[in-house]
Design a protein around this ligand. Structure first.
Ligand SMILES: Nc1ncnc2c1ncn2[C@@H]1O[C@H](COP(=O)(O)OP(=O)(O)OP(=O)(O)O)[C@@H](O)[C@H]1O
Ligand SMILES: [Mg+2]
Length: 227
């Protein structure tokens, strides 16, 4: 038996704004096994991004436990969390979050700089990651010279170039047309099925969630349904 990649128990998160407390996540229990593909759905304001930020170690819970690949994140300080994030997690966002005025190749190299990898090796790894995303002909294009689908594939190459154990995607198809959305989802399917990549993705769209092999519904900060 393998241990879960993500192990969350009794997790709560509240925000306080102008003296008003908002319970963004209430009593979340969630395990994700290596190689799973999980979709998190739910209405606007239900806590999806809050949960994603905690899963991605960009934020910490108020109470409850969270272990990522056997490491207890509630015992870590900011530097340890940043190192864990860089080692274990790749992020993909709705708006791609690519650095403007910076080539596709340099965008993909960025996480390798933080990982302390030298220039020649960075180049070679970034080039290979882009070629793997069928972007070998777009290495020197700037983000504004790419289509939406190409830009998201650069972002996926950047997320995966460090070989993370988990890919977190927050509305990865939110800014592209239907055909491009299908192309991105086919790519994520292939990464999951052929390479065993663990994926947790947030989406509003039933069709996108249909690609996942498990679907969770968040409502008012509670995980209500698992199908
Ligand atoms: N930094 C913050 N300060 C105060 N309240 C916040 C903060 N971030 C989120 N919230 C509140 O927490 C709740 C959950 O927000 P969250 O962003 O997780 O929702 P979401 O499900 O991602 O919504 P959407 O689908 O619109 O992106 C909302 O009521 C929101 O207003
Ligand atoms: Mg959100």
């Amino acid at each position: 038996m393998t241990a879960p990649l993500l192990q969350i128990h009794g997790l709560h998160k509240a925000y306080v704004l102008d003296g008003v407390t908002i319970q963004a996540l209430r009593d979340i229990d969630l395990n994700v096994e290596p190689g799973e593909f999980v979709a998190i759905m739910g209405p606007s304001g239900s806590g999806k991004s809050t949960l994603m930020h905690i899963l991605g170690c960009l934020d910490v819970p108020d109470t409850g436990s969270y272990q990522l690949n056997g490491q207890d994140i509630t015992r870590m300080d900011g530097n340890q969390l940043a190192a864990l994030r860089n080692r274990e997690i790749g992020f993909v966002f709705q708006n791609f979050n690519l650095l403007p005025r910076t080539s596709a190749l340099e965008n993909v190299e960025t996480p390798l700089i933080y990982a302390g990898i030298g220039k020649a090796e960075r180049r070679q790894k970034a080039r290979a990651a882009l070629e793997h995303m069928a972007l070998g002909e777009r290495l020197y294009h700037l983000p504004n010279q790419l289509s939406g689908g190409q830009a998201q594939r650069v972002a996926i190459a950047r997320a995966l170039v460090t070989h993370p154990s988990l890919l977190l995607a927050d509305e990865p198809t939110g800014n592209v047309d239907t055909a491009t959305s299908a192309e991105i989802m086919a790519l994520l399917d292939a990464l999951n099925r052929q390479e065993g990549l663990t994926i947790v993705l947030i989406t509003h769209e039933q069709e996108v969630a249909g690609h996942a092999r498990r679907r969770l519904l968040l409502r008012d900060g509670r995980l209500e349904l698992q199908t």
